[in-house]
Design a protein around this ligand. Structure first.
Ligand code: RM4
Ligand code: MN
Ligand code: MN
Length: 398
């Protein structure tokens, strides 16, 4: 077991926060269907209210990421009401996510499409998203592209690369100082032959060409099986190209399961590399943006988000326990077993009592999920939302 020094750990927990996705509180599903939950949020106001529950019980989730089209169909003109509601709820609106994948014009891609209409629409939408982010007063927008092809020969990969390059450069230059443009990658889906930003190296190259306000966003679910994500993270930090994360877990691909539900040791190893970069290499890691990107089809959405934040705090706390000076000594001696044991000791240390103590000292419930369950919030909003929208129905595949 590693020693828990709460004087060292608590200040680190105080500044550890994780942004919640508005879309994680709405009914989402698979391509085969959607199973509706009566308590699911429909409007941005309801999504903010549900996210505020997570913050109220954890004290660690004060920002809500939004999807431009789903939450602000009218763009910047729509922000006054939600901004006011967020303020009253004690949360703020965080990262703005454009949508380059839903409109019919995007059938063959957005920024990379051979169709100039699609590229023009993506460009207008990007400028609208920057305007929306400015109206909200937030410091980030985060780009994910469904662009790619399904068959060899379908389109010219290099022409598409050049179009992406030009678009990102233009949008970076339209991004004001003090705002970051995150660029997310994904190896496949919805495109099944090639994806235009398939991995971290491509995202990093595009960011480097675009300019200093462009940073790579690592979605933990967006890797092929076996990828060493913590290595990617360490490498990007050292290159000053790591923007942040979309956190989720997966067994197979982009499964959007709860963080740490399948492989908690991997999340620990990611946090270990971040703390290592800070403590041994002097990197400023305070700007790394942690965001959840999960859609819970089966779990109750608010409980799943609470569980996610709690998991993240636990795994982060474990990584904070690693004695990195001792580790460096073991590494210098090439004591592989000793070094690995030191990491495993931190990972297997039960930090839950220390986290409960941290919460109680901050006037939070020791167990956020239990506190939320006993609040009756979910049953209450299920009643209200059923009265307002009628019985939830499901969506089909074809
Ligand atoms: C993508 C990707 C994006 C998210 C969309 C809805 O797979 O993870 O970040 O915004 O899904
Ligand atoms: Mn994502
Ligand atoms: Mn995804």
């Amino acid at each position: 077991m590693a020693q828990i020094n709460t004087d060292a750990l608590f200040p680190l927990l105080d500044v550890f926060s994780i942004e919640l996705p508005s879309w994680g509180f709405a009914d989402t599903g698979t391509r085969f269907g959607k199973f509706a939950q009566p308590a699911a949020a429909r409007s941005i106001d309801e999504k903010l209210a549900d996210a505020a529950q997570v913050h109220q019980h954890t004290g660690a989730a004060p920002r809500v990421a939004v999807h431009a089209l789903w939450d602000f169909p009218g763009g910047a003109a729509d922000v006054a009401g939600p901004l006011d509601i967020a303020r009253q709820l004690g949360v703020s609106i965080g990262t703005v996510n454009p949508n380059y994948f839903q409109d019919q014009v995007y059938k063959y891609g957005s920024a990379c499409s051979g169709n100039p209409e699609a590229r023009a629409m993506a460009h207008r939408h990007s400028l609208d998203c920057i305007a929306l982010a400015k109206a909200i007063g937030t410091d980030a927008w985060s780009l994910w592209f469904a662009d790619g092809t399904n068959y060899p020969g379908q389109d010219d990969i290099l022409s598409r690369k050049k179009r992406m390059h030009a678009a990102l450069k233009q949008w970076h230059d339209a991004t004001p100082d003090g705002m970051t443009m995150y660029v997310e990658y994904k190896p496949f889906e919805p495109a099944f032959y090639h994806t235009d930003i398939a991995d971290w190296g491509m995202a990093a190259t595009f960011c480097r060409h675009a300019g200093p306000r462009a940073k790579v966003l690592v979605d933990t679910g967006h890797h092929l099986p076996g990828a060493n994500i913590e290595h990617i993270v360490a490498f990007l930090i050292d290159e000053n190209l790591l923007g942040g994360f979309h956190f989720n877990d997966r067994k197979y691909a982009d499964d959007d399961l709860t963080l740490g539900s399948i492989d908690p040791y991997m999340v620990f190893r990611i946090f270990h590399e971040i703390r290592n970069a800070a403590e041994l290499h002097g990197h400023d890691v305070s700007g790394i943006a942690y965001t959840v990107d999960q859609s819970h089809n089966l779990k109750p959405k608010i409980e799943a988000m609470l569980q996610t934040v709690v998991h993240a705090q636990e795994l982060y706390a474990k990584a904070c326990l690693v004695d990195r000076k001792a580790l460096a000594t073991l590494q210098a001696r090439a004591d592989i077993v000793g070094a690995e044991t030191l990491l495993r000791d931190a990972f297997y240390t039960d930090v839950r009592p220390a986290l409960a103590e941290w919460r109680v000292a901050r006037k939070l419930a020791a167990d956020p999920v239990a506190a939320f369950r006993s609040s009756g919030y979910e049953a209450q909003v299920a009643r209200e939302r059923t009265a307002k929208y009628g019985l939830a129905t499901s969506g089909g595949y074809a």
